[in-house]
Ligand binder design. Sequence first.
Ligand code: GDP
Length: 214
Amino acid sequence: MSEAEALRLERGRALFAAPWEFLRSIPSIDLLPRPDGVEIAFAGRSNVGKSSLINALVGRKGLARTSNTPGRTQMLNAFASTAPDAPPLVIIDMPGYGYAKAPKAQVDAWTALVHDYLRGRQNLRRVFLLIDSRHGPKANDLSVMNELDEVAVNYQVVLTKADKLKPSAVARIEASVAQAIARRPAAHPVILATSSEKGTGLDELRATIADLVA
Ligand code: GDP
């Protein structure tokens, strides 16, 4: 590993070794914190492993609540590091989408909140779009990608639950997603494969996030 790469991984490690706290739940975008510093967001279908990934990143089991009740209240949840020397970075956990039994009113509320947020957030630097390694992108993931392309918000695909597949199958899905995003203007070309359970890919994801605030 090059010295630069080691330094990059170390920056990522330090960023998430510091304590992280839940800031607040945001039911409507007027209640977002003042845009200050860099914001990143995590999005994905309900049950994709979003809460598990956020908790694994910060090494704190209960920080993002895992969803026993998919499709519950539609809010953005904000997290930030409380370390005195922390870079100005807010992580937004977006409500999961695509829960089959969600009532229409809830789907509409999700759509409205997410549209408002994605269209109006000047300091939103990147959306990490989580996709289950076993399933690949579904129609609603593609709709979210369409919207992000349209509003020119940079996004990066993160495959979750990579431990459930053999490495060769993970490589195949990475290649197929790479092909699917190749012509998408707002997609970051690097795809990350992760497992919250085994810790795979987390150092790289931490370093990627640290790069965004460097
Ligand atoms: P969310 O709805 O996107 O927040 O998903 P959760 O984090 O609540 O995870 C949904 C389910 O997937 C739970 O049963 C988790 O235990 C499981 N899960 C999450 N991440 C992983 C992973 O990396 N590997 C495996 N095998 N299971 C996972």
